[in-house]
Ligand binder design. Structure first.
Ligand code: ADX
Ligand code: SF4
Length: 236
């Protein structure tokens, strides 16, 4: 059980200590979902270099950038540890694209959410089976939706603790870490891509644009895919 006192202790700890404390409480059931984005590369580095008892996985939607697939291989070569890959259900994708077309997400929010559900949300639920702690790379200043996300929260729906160890990190903190520890990252980050998701749904942003402006840019709001929208209450 993670109580307020422990949450305070975790909040005051360094990043490796914080992950060590939490994964030590649930050594066989702590998982980390990596999108292979820059925040997640910080966490991958901490987890793998310190041999933390954390299962690392990524959701391969089938529509990622080539650079993301190349990075995946670089990560495995560098750390020599497994990053478990979860694919969408083949029958789901076959039916969806046969009925709606390859790029139907541009046509309606409903189609876009349907695609995200099949390619991300359902595989995430499968990846989280048996987990008691789900570590993410969410940061509060990424978007208004994330501003009030806590360090640790209990998900009634998923019946696990969601742990966001970078919640109070700035983008500069992330970049400094990657540089200091020479961590591999997606080269698209150096080309104006701050937040990277699927290739057809992500574009580079201009200076001064919102960090998530390049995600589903043709939609006016709702810059979330559903992975993080159905949470929860603060753990107590
Ligand atoms: S998203 O909801 O818009 O797609 P974002 O790309 O900001 O999320 O990433 C936030 C966190 O969600 C990541 O730090 C990671 O924990 C998780 N995440 C997002 N996409 C993936 C993915 N393809 N595979 C695994 N985890 C992911
Ligand atoms: Fe589909 Fe785009 Fe969502 Fe990826 S981000 S799952 S391609 S709608």
């Amino acid at each position: 059980m993670i109580n307020d006192e422990l949450i305070q202790e975790i909040g005051e700890a360094s990043l490796p200590e914080a992950i060590r404390i939490v994964s030590g409480l649930f050594p066989d059931s702590t998982v980390f979902s990596s999108s292979l984005g820059q925040e997640d590369q910080v966490l991958t580095d901490v987890i793998f270099r310190n041999d933390m008892p954390v299962r690392v996985f990524t959701l391969d939607t089938g529509r990622l950038f080539g650079e993301a697939y190349e990075l995946y291989d670089r990560i495995v070569a560098r750390y020599k540890k497994p990053v478990q890959v979860f694919f969408p259900d083949a029958a789901d994708v076959e039916q969806f694209v046969t009925e709606k077309g390859m790029n139907s997400f541009y046509e309606s929010v409903e189609n876009r959410k349907g695609c995200c559900y099949i390619r991300k949300v359902k595989p995430l639920n499968r990846a989280l089976e048996g987990a008691k702690v789900w570590i993410t790379g969410l940061r509060a200043d990424q978007s208004a939706n994330r501003e009030n996300m806590p360090l640790i929260e209990w998900s009634e729906e998923k019946q696990l603790y969601k742990f966001n160890p970078l919640i109070n990190w700035s983008l500069d903190d992330v970049l400094d870490y990657l540089k200091e520890f020479n961590v591999p990252y997606n080269p698209l980050h150096d080309k104006g891509f701050i937040s990277i998701g699927c290739a057809p749904c992500t574009r580079a942003i201009e200076p001064g644009e919102d960090a998530r402006a390049g995600r589903w840019w043709w939609e006016s709001s709702q810059k979330e895919c559903g992975l993080h929208s159905s949470v929860v209450k603060v753990a107590s």
